[in-house]
Design a protein around this ligand. Structure first.
Ligand code: CA2
Length: 149
């Protein structure tokens, strides 16, 4: 059984506690349950993680790359939070790994401030999803399962 890595970046631990108009009322634990149910449905193992630290995300992407090299990774779904818009390090970490990467955002970043319109992840992602709320997570898992061929 292959693993779906789902990585969440800074401040996503606050989901459900602030800005419900933008991000909804679900907590990150609720999101993990949605993702776990989708993975169970599609026969995938789940690694679901959150950190507020950029280097930790880089380390986890390397870990996903090692799983990929062993043929054990379905792919990476990453909501890098604000690092999406700033991090060359995340771009470099994903680039060249061969990982199937889906960039995910809860909100429609293109309907928000201009600084959220640029992503360092998009050029190294297979696909980009935004604006589906937290339901984007199970949708991304389904898409990843579909990409397994
Ligand atoms: O829409 C998304 O998923 C984002 O990746 C969320 C990031 C934001 O910087 C991106 O532009 C779009 C922010 C995550 C902060 O999450 C919070 C959740 C609840 C309360 C406060 C922050």
């Amino acid at each position: 059984m292959k693993t779906a890595f789902i990585l969440n970046g800074p401040n996503l631990n606050l989901l459900g506690t602030r800005e419900p108009g933008v991000y909804g009322a679900a907590t990150l634990a609720d999101v993990e349950q949605l993702a776990a149910a989708a993975c169970a449905q599609h026969g995938l193992k789940l690694a679901f993680r959150q950190t507020n630290h950029e280097g930790q995300l880089v380390d986890w992407i390397h870990e996903a790359g090692q799983l990929h090299a062993k043929g054990e990774l379905a792919g990476l779904i990453i909501n890098a939070g604000a690092y999406t818009h700033t991090s060359v390090a995340l771009h470099d970490a994903i680039k060249g790994t061969g990982i199937t990467c889906i960039e995910l955002h809860i909100s429609n970043v293109f309907a928000r401030e201009a600084f959220r319109h640029h992503s360092y992840i998009s050029p190294v992602a297979k696909a980009v999803m935004c604006g589906f709320g937290v339901k984007g997570y199970p949708l991304a898992v389904a898409a990843l399962a579909d990409m397994q061929g």
